[in-house]
Design a protein around this ligand. Structure first.
Ligand SMILES: [Zn+2]
Length: 263
């Protein structure tokens, strides 16, 4: 299997690392050949997240950005594929789109070799880099802050009822970071004109839960942003600079709060 650079990395100068596990558009040929045309359009991608957060490199955040699609392997799921939610969800190797339809052509599916390769060569390097960079940051600053940056369509009846708030902040019900950090993140969203919720439907996936260990000075927050705040939610999923430039100042305030935060 040909895998080229499973992630991009930008070295920062502050205690903040931003992880982007789902914007990737690459697929190994062995997976791409199995997909329906609908799945090949990668509708469940966290579209344009690196572009939306592009300003954060200048602020001094480190960035780890996935280059491969979640249809190769989902980086925000545990390696043993324990389900994250009691309600409907998708796994380490998704077989279905968020709406429940199969991603595979009739009778097709990943064999064990494909799964093993994707885990070894995409999942493990990404997590190896997150861990190494968090440790480096903690060594330099005494603590490390992780923002796991996501986005999703505002309406997906199979996954949640009604319309998702704009900013969905997840701290694993308060277990993945100090309360003062989640307070600072929530405050950055207050009076922004955007609706926000803390630990609503999205409480933080594997990355937030696994790396967020406040008693070891690792503090993690997930932000699941409703895609309508910066793009068209329907194909071809265009970035909307006119809409995005309204939400970016709020994201900047949020990122600055995470950079400035001290335990
Ligand atoms: Zn995501």
């Amino acid at each position: 299997m040909r895998i080229e650079h499973p992630y991009e990395f930008v070295q920062g100068t502050t205690p903040l690392l931003i992880s982007m596990p789902h914007p990737g558009l690459l697929l190994p040929d062995e997976v791409a050949g199995l997909l329906t045309s609908e799945a090949r359009a990668l509708p469940d991608t966290d579209w344009h997240i690196p572009q939306l957060y592009g300003f954060t490199a200048k602020m001094g955040a480190s960035l780890v950005i996935a280059r491969y699609s979640r249809f190769a392997v989902d980086l925000n799921r545990p390696e043993d594929d324990t389900p994250l939610y009691q309600t409907a969800t998708t796994g380490l190797f998704p077989d279905i789109l968020f709406d429940g339809t199969s991603i595979f052509c009739s009778g097709a599916g990943r064999n064990d070799e494909i799964k093993r390769e994707c885990k070894e060569r995409i999942w493990r390097p990404y997590h190896g880099k997150l861990m190494a960079e968090l440790n480096r940051i903690k060594g330099e600053f005494g603590h490390a802050v992780l923002l796991d940056a996501h986005s999703i369509r505002g309406e997906i009846p199979r996954l949640f009822d009604g319309l998702l708030p704009d900013f969905n902040i997840g701290t694993n019900d308060g277990k993945s970071c100090a309360k003062s950090l989640s307070d600072a993140v929530v405050k950055a969203c207050d009076a922004s004109g955007y609706r926000h919720v803390l630990n609503g439907r999205f409480k933080g996936g594997h990355i937030t839960r696994h790396y967020g260990q406040p008693d070891r000075a690792f503090h993690a927050v997930q932000l699941e942003l409703a895609q309508r705040t910066y793009m068209n939610e329907q194909p071809p999923f265009d970035y909307r600079a006119d809409v995005a430039e309204k939400v970016q100042p709020i994201l900047q305030r949020l990122v600055q709060a995470m950079i400035d935060w001290r335990p």
